[in-house]
Structures are given as C-alpha cells and as structure tokens.
Design a protein. Structure first.
Length: 254
C-alpha cells in the first residue's frame, strides 16, 4: 500500500535520528508521557489479569517501549513480538530492550496488513498511535489481520489520539500547511499523516468488521503537553479516564 511505504520512510527517518542521539535511550519520560504510559499498562493488565503464559505482539511497535513496560509489570508475559515496517524502528527497539526481556523478544519487519504469522498465534495483539495514519479501508485490512492472528478468547487493542483532547487538537492545527509556514515559532508536535477520527467511527469499523462488541476506554492527561507539572497533575486528577484524555482505547475480545 502506498500509505504504508510513506509511513516506512517517515519512521525510518525519525528513528535514524533517535539512534544517532544515544542520550535519548535513557531519557526520563516527562510527566505527561508517564501518565499515559501508566494508564496504558493499567488498561492492558486489566484485560490480561486472568491469563498465564501470555504472548503479546505490538503490531506497529515503533520503539515498543509500552510493550516492554507491560512485560516488566506482568511476569505472565513470556513472549513478546515487536513488529514494524520500519527497520530503523526495530533497530531502536533492539537497543532499548531491557536485559530481562531480551530472551523473550523477537523483532519482525513486516506489514501490519499482511503479517508472517499463523492464525491464532497471540493472546494480545495491539498497537497505539498507528491506525490513525491510514484510511478507513486500510484500517479494516489492519483489523482483519490483527483478528486473524489473535487466539480464541484473546484480545485486540487499538489506541488513537482522542480528537477531543486539547493537545491532539493543537497538533492537528499546527500541522496544517499555513500553520507550518507561519507559526513555526510555536513549540509542539505537528501532525503529518494523521487523520483525526471520531471514537464513534473507529468503534463502528471494529464492530462492523469483526462482528464483536467493542469496549472504549481512555488514557493519559487532558491538558496541553509542556505546561508545568502541577497543572498536568491537577487536570489529570479531575479528568482521569475521561472523554478528554489523550488517547482512546478500543478493546475487542475474540
């Protein structure tokens, strides 16, 4: 798919820069990122709480940091597969894999629309910040493939930036061509190939494609990124797991 090759080019470039800046490997996450990570691990551990000998694949893993954090928090995770179309993303993931997980982790370069695995291979098939880079038709292909490689009674989880979140709205605004040209002085992430999907749209795609119920949960802070920590903490305290949180999580049991 044309869009997938574009994503490969973009993420190879991003992770090549990260690899060149080795100081980033041990960089302590900012509070906003830490809250998102903690919420993500909480959501994933909740659905895996009754499972032993858990196999996990992050399909479109990037750095795979969240999956590594999941495995460090849950001793029942005994098999990790980091899959990405970007070779440089996988190189980065290899270099930051915690020592305790190196014998459990495999790295696979492949398309998330056509993975090299047998049907019903994994207990958890998931990704975060991936499907919003694709069209609805492509998302359906991704979801079908994720479903195919999920074990019976296993889970599919996809997460996208929540379009009701102010930080997500800011990134979309700054990513507009005119804003990129005239508002360069404003700091912050700028969207590139992301599409702002409504929660309802993704939920409907999952329900109609898989014919399964979909559970919606939220993760991360509700405010802007880069503001003082006391503001982030205050907003998070009153908006944890709200419809204004940073990420929307969609959970499907097979």
């Amino acid at each position: 798919m044309k869009s997938e090759y574009i994503e490969q080019f973009i993420w190879d470039k991003i992770f090549s820069k990260k690899i060149a800046s080795k100081k980033l490997f041990n960089k302590r996450p900012q509070l906003y990122g830490k809250l998102l990570n903690d919420d993500t691990i909480e959501i994933l551990n909740e659905i895996l709480k009754d499972n032993n000998h858990i196999s996990v694949i992050e399909a479109g893993c990037g750095s795979a940091k969240k999956t590594f954090n999941l495995a460090l928090s849950n001793t029942n995770v005994n098999q990790i597969t980091a899959l990405d179309i970007s070779a440089q993303a996988l190189n980065y993931a290899r270099q930051i894999t915690p020592d305790a997980l190196k014998n459990k982790t495999k790295y696979v370069q492949a398309s998330i629309m056509n993975t090299p695995f047998k049907a019903r291979s994994f207990d958890l098939v998931w990704n975060s910040g991936v499907i919003e880079h694709y069209s609805e038709a492509e998302i359906k292909k991704i979801i079908r493939e994720m479903f195919r490689i999920t074990k019976k009674n296993g889970y599919i989880v996809v997460a996208i930036p929540n379009m009701k979140n102010i930080a997500v709205i800011k990134a979309a605004f700054l990513g507009l061509p005119l804003c990129r040209k005239y508002l360069k002085f404003i700091k912050g992430y700028r969207n590139t190939t992301e599409i702002l999907y409504k929660d309802k749209t993704i939920k409907n795609i999952l329900q109609n494609t898989l014919q399964r119920d979909v559970v919606l949960k939220y993760a991360g802070g509700a405010g802007l990124i880069g503001v003082p920590d006391f503001i982030i903490k205050g907003l998070y305290k009153f908006s944890k797991n709200s419809r204004f949180s940073f990420m929307s999580f969609f959970i499907v049991k097979k």
